[in-house]
Design a protein around this ligand. Structure first.
Ligand SMILES: [Zn+2]
Length: 573
């Protein structure tokens, strides 16, 4: 193992164009160098292991190269380049601020800055983790940073930009490094593997890249570790086991089972996952990601959002065709709810299990919806008559304990109801009933759904009487009485009902729409309007409300008011 160099070092890029996934930065730097527009100080921000220090070193080498190539890269041949490549150059000074953060450390650096380089044009000072500097150290550094000698260039690097004080920020050109895309990382790993004579399954590198979460250095060390563990052939299964990553096959299997309502299998699979030592919460989040990937695979336009191998993309889009959009969206919403509640749940395993049950049940009504015909058997009847009803009745029971959210299964039935009602209406409207009092002069336009026959006052009175009678029969005596005693007039298709007091008016207002519908139906005229008014008459208004009764009595006997005032009484209206 003597000659072993870790891959992160061995494959550290030596040129701007080999830096992985930061082309927006390397291009800008190359342009600045070739146009000779160098800033005094740069601040490189971004997550760890994405190439900040690497870029800083390449920058130092390139600006000192005496024979720069046309594409803006260093030549790698001149004296300066060779000294850089062998690590012997004195023109680059690296300070790790994490361990050297005192005022003395910075003073030492500032002292050095005064001396011009012996070879080459620039001295580059790289200060890593610059946010770790103490306030005093920052202040000691400010002056130099503001007015450095011409030969000095500073590159400050940090993972925590928000901790950099504004006076420093304003003196630097800031570059934000990206997390590196999984795709780019696995490509780089594949390049390394080929050089190292390591064979691999693309999915294996994919998992390493995902685990590294955007950091190329981490990806390289995981790669080294896996090669050491498993030899010169990396398989998906081995990597998944060694990295303790949950195999995505589980998710494909679980979704398949959900489509087929195989709840028992899902529960057993979940148990297996827990037994392997995986955390329920991580499993749930993974399931959410899987469903998100399915959703994204539904449209070829969004497939580019999938950060997975080609092979896996195909599997996703295959499974996505078996899942309805509604199922995926609903499932995501259920999972995110569980995600939020997970921490506070007492029985977390049960919570995940309930979620799985809900998800499994989601597909059942969707299936039903597809097959549903107009006879619309209730879901309960359907399941009772079904052969595989055992799961479903269990799920149903669980479902009945749940919030209304998953009750969307009932929506289709509701829609059918509406349609039926509608068709009933139009049928009645088109065919005039024989027993209704239709004037012989009436012209009926059968093709028009709005059959607006001529209406006579007597018809209106009859219809209102019928309505009042039906209300009486149905137990709504007051409405019946009100209508029977009301004053009714009919002018220009408008029925005006005049009643005696507010409470009667309120009563009628509350049923107005229904009343009007009935009238239009029975009069076969959709243009009929209904007005409800208070009767303005000289006759004393008959008191109905307790407040009215009190007023009436008080008018007759003013002593009542005195009494109320004397004893400070309140009237319970
Ligand atoms: Zn050179």
């Amino acid at each position: 193992m003597d000659g072993f160099i870790v891959s992160a070092r061995k494959y550290r890029p030596q040129h701007f164009n080999t830096v992985v996934g930061q082309s927006h930065i390397t291009n800008t730097l190359k342009n600045a160098i070739s146009n000779n527009q160098l800033a005094q100080a740069y601040l490189f921000c971004g997550p760890r292991g994405v190439g900040k220090t690497t870029c800083a070193r390449i920058f130092a080498k390139t600006i000192n190269c005496t024979n720069k190539l046309e594409n803006g890269e260093a030549c790698d041949k001149c004296e300066s380049c060779t000294s850089f490549n062998t690590g012997a150059s004195l023109n680059v000074y690296e300070l790790d601020a994490a361990s050297n953060n005192s005022v003395e450390d910075i003073r030492h650096l500032v002292d050095q800055v005064r001396f011009a380089p012996q070879l080459g044009e620039y001295k580059v000072y790289i200060i890593d983790e610059v946010h770790m500097l103490s306030t005093a150290a920052f202040n000691a550094f400010l002056k130099t940073l503001e007015e450095p000698p011409k030969h000095a260039k500073f590159i400050l690097a940090t993972t925590e930009k928000h901790k950099i004080i504004p006076t420093i920020l304003s003196r630097c050109q800031v570059f934000n490094f990206n997390r590196i895309k999984t795709e780019d990382i696995s490509e780089h790993l594949a390049f390394m593997a080929k050089n190292e004579n390591v064979t691999f399954e693309p999915e294996a590198l994919q998992i390493i890249a995902q685990k590294a979460d955007g950091g190329l250095r981490d990806a390289c060390s995981i790669f080294d570790q896996m090669v050491a563990f498993t030899g010169s052939h990396l398989t998906y299964k081995q990597i998944v086991e060694n990295l303790h990553v949950l195999d995505y096959d589980y998710y494909f299997e679980i979704i398949n089972q959900m489509i087929n309502q195989g709840l028992p299998n899902i529960m057993v699979t979940f148990d297996e996952i827990l037994k392997k030592g995986f955390d329920g919460h991580n499993f749930l989040i993974g399931l959410g990601e899987h469903i998100r990937n399915l959703l994204v695979s539904k449209d070829s336009y969004t497939t580019s959002l999938l950060e997975v191998s080609e092979n896996l993309k195909k599997r996703y889009s295959e499974q996505a065709t078996n899942c309805s959009l509604q199922f995926l969206l609903k499932a995501l919403s259920i999972i995110s709810k569980t995600d939020v509640n997970y921490k506070s749940a007492k029985n977390q395993r049960l919570l995940v299990e309930i979620t799985l049950m809900q998800l499994c049940y989601l597909t059942a009504p969707l299936e039903a919806e597809k097959k549903n015909d107009i006879t619309e058997p209730s879901t309960a009847e359907k399941y009772a008559s079904s052969d595989k009803n055992t799961n479903q009745t269990i799920i149903q029971k669980i479902n009945s304990l749940q919030e209304p959210e998953i009750k969307f299964a009932t929506k289709p039935t509701f829609a059918f109801d509406k349609i039926n009602i509608k068709s009933e209406f139009s049928l009645n409207e088109v065919k005039p009933k024989q027993n209704t009092v239709v004037n012989t002069t009436t012209t009926v336009n059968e093709t028009n759904t709005l059959v607006n026959t001529e209406v006579k006052t007597q018809h209106v009175l009859d219809s209102i009487k019928n309505f009042a009678d039906s209300k009486m029969a149905a137990g709504a005596r007051q409405i019946g009485t009100t209508l029977n005693t009301a004053k009714i007039s009919f002018v220009n298709n408008t029925i005006t009902i005049q009643i005696q007091n507010e409470s009667q008016k309120e009563q009628l207002q509350s049923i107005k729409q229904n009343f009007l519908d009935e009238l239009r139906k029975s009069l076969q005229n959709n243009l009929i309007k209904l007005e409800i008014e208070l009767l303005e008459s000289s006759e004393p208004v008959k008191a109905y409300k307790p407040s009215d009764i009190f007023k009436e009595l008080a008018e007759k006997n003013p002593a009542l008011l005195e009494l109320k005032k004397e004893f400070d009484l309140e009237i319970d209206y």
